[in-house]
Ligand binder design. Structure first.
Ligand SMILES: Cc1cc2nc3c(=O)[nH]c(=O)nc-3n(C[C@H](O)[C@H](O)[C@H](O)COP(=O)(O)OP(=O)(O)OC[C@H]3O[C@@H](n4cnc5c(N)ncnc54)[C@H](O)[C@@H]3O)c2cc1C
Length: 409
């Protein structure tokens, strides 16, 4: 039986580990934080998962929160204009609900389930040098340790696929609950707001504290939404969030008028550098290790793609590993595996990177048309779950305008 080690217990690593475990593989997960530490810690993500990723979790039987987690039924879009009402506004239902379960819940429950099903969990922070020991012990070493520079030396930036050299947004997210007996009267789906200063991304979440509303702001650096650097605590974060709401997205304010922070740890502030890396690392011994999830491709979270693509990576990597049988997991295998993942993931990266730039006129025209054409709105709302359609449609001005023409615009 092949021995496989996954470094990192997040959406990518654990979905793969749990999937391989089902097929009888002896999988070891190495993580720097145990389940209880993750559950008791600070906010990790807004983690909106769309239908393809949810389908995968259901197929693996690791959809522990269906029935409890609020269904995310559609998308509500608003473009800020000169008045308190949005200049463009529309809503569209998803064909299948999305879902956001706090990663502190997911990751800790999955880690516990993996260990409960006989999986080996080792606690420790792995360094690039430390991977050598794992390469000696295991047939395949997968690095699923998330974003950031810690494995820069192994997985260098792929310049051709990485248009940005600096983070493009300053991000502040927090979880909110109602301060009254009734739930917050929020839209039961994704609330997406666009202004010249940045974006708002809000959604119902099943968190460590039960149902909450996740409110995220993505500010253009140096602009009026770039406010998070010196924030001291959750109260200051909340005050700034409400001020941003009032100024940039006033039409959303009323639904959060009775909101209050859900807890002192339910905040996250920072920046994300979007980067695509060479996914195959070579250790000093010559052994090859393969990156997955954010460790291979990190998108700015503006379009909610990272966890969805982490899940996609787990599905592709699992099938490739199963199909490979007893053959060595050499560099050719590793490159083919990433290449198959990238066939789809490239569209999520394109979507995320494009959202970081001001929308071109044909995209604005499409958003405008969506107000009166439900099919245009429906199609736009589904680019989050099917970014390949975004690439086939809205990256080309002529295709986009022809489509509008065929819809009577
Ligand atoms: C503000 C924000 C909002 C987001 N919203 C969404 C969204 O709505 N939808 C969406 O799809 N994505 C979203 N994302 C992105 C998503 O959270 C990530 O893409 C996804 O979690 C990546 O999964 P991963 O398993 O690759 O990495 P991670 O989830 O980062 O997991 C990595 C794991 O490895 C462990 N680890 C790290 N270093 C080491 C080490 N050296 N040794 C051992 N273990 C280690 C960590 O503790 C962690 O458990 C958002 C991200 C942010 C920051």
């Amino acid at each position: 039986m092949r021995r496989i080690v996954v470094v990192g217990a997040g959406q990518a690593g654990l979905v793969l580990a749990l999937g391989l475990q089902r097929h009888g593989y002896a999988v070891t997960v190495v993580t720097d934080r145990d389940a209880e530490t993750i559950r008791a810690g600070g906010l990790i993500s807004n983690q909106c998962l769309f239908h393809p990723a949810l389908t995968r979790e259901r197929a693996l039987g690791i959809n522990f929160w269906d029935g409890d987690a609020p269904e995310i039924l559609g998308a509500s879009f608003g473009l800020a204009g000169d008045s308190p009402e949005p200049a463009i506004a529309w809503q569209a239902r998803f064909d299948h609900p999305a879902q956001s379960v706090d990663q502190r819940v997911k990751v800790s429950d999955w880690l516990t389930a993996f260990a409960g099903r006989g999986g080996e969990v080792r606690l420790g922070k792995v360094t690039p040098d430390g991977l050598e020991e794992y390469a000696r012990e295991f047939d395949l070493v997968l690095v699923a340790a998330g974003r950031g520079p810690q494995f820069d030396s192994l997985f260098p930036r792929d310049d051709a696929r990485s248009p940005y050299r600096e983070p493009q947004r300053t991000i502040g997210i927090m979880y909110l609950v109602s301060g009254r007996d009734e739930p917050l009267p929020v839209y039961p789906g994704l609330t997406f707001g666009l202004s010249q200063a940045g974006e708002l991304f809000g959604l119902p979440v099943q968190s460590v504290r039960g149902p909450v509303f996740g409110l995220g702001f993505f500010g253009v650096p140096g602009g009026p939404m770039d406010v998070w650097d010196d924030v001291a605590d959750v109260d200051e974060h909340f005050a700034l969030a409400m001020a941003l709401l009032r100024k940039q997205f006033p039409w959303v304010e009323e639904s959060l008028a009775d909101a209050r922070p859900s807890g002192p740890l339910d905040v996250l502030r920072g920046r994300v550098l979007p980067i695509v890396r060479d996914p195959v690392g070579t250790l000093p011994s010559g052994a090859k290790v393969l990156a997955m999830g954010d460790a291979a491709v990190t998108n700015d979270p503006i379009a909610g793609q990272g966890a969805n693509m982490a899940s996609h990576a787990a599905a592709v990597y699992e099938r490739r590993i199963l199909d490979h049988g007893d053959r060595p997991f050499d560099e050719a295998f590793q490159r083919r595996t990433f290449a198959e993942y990238w066939e789809k993931a490239q569209h999520a990266t394109r979507l995320s990177n494009d959202f970081l730039a001001p929308p071109p006129d044909h995209v604005l025209a499409t958003l405008d048309a969506a107000q009166t054409a439900p099919e245009v709105a429906r199609r736009f709302a589904h680019v989050f779950s099917d970014p390949a359609d975004y690439a086939a449609w809205l990256t080309d001005e002529k295709v986009a305008l022809d489509y509008l023409g065929s819809n009577g615009f």
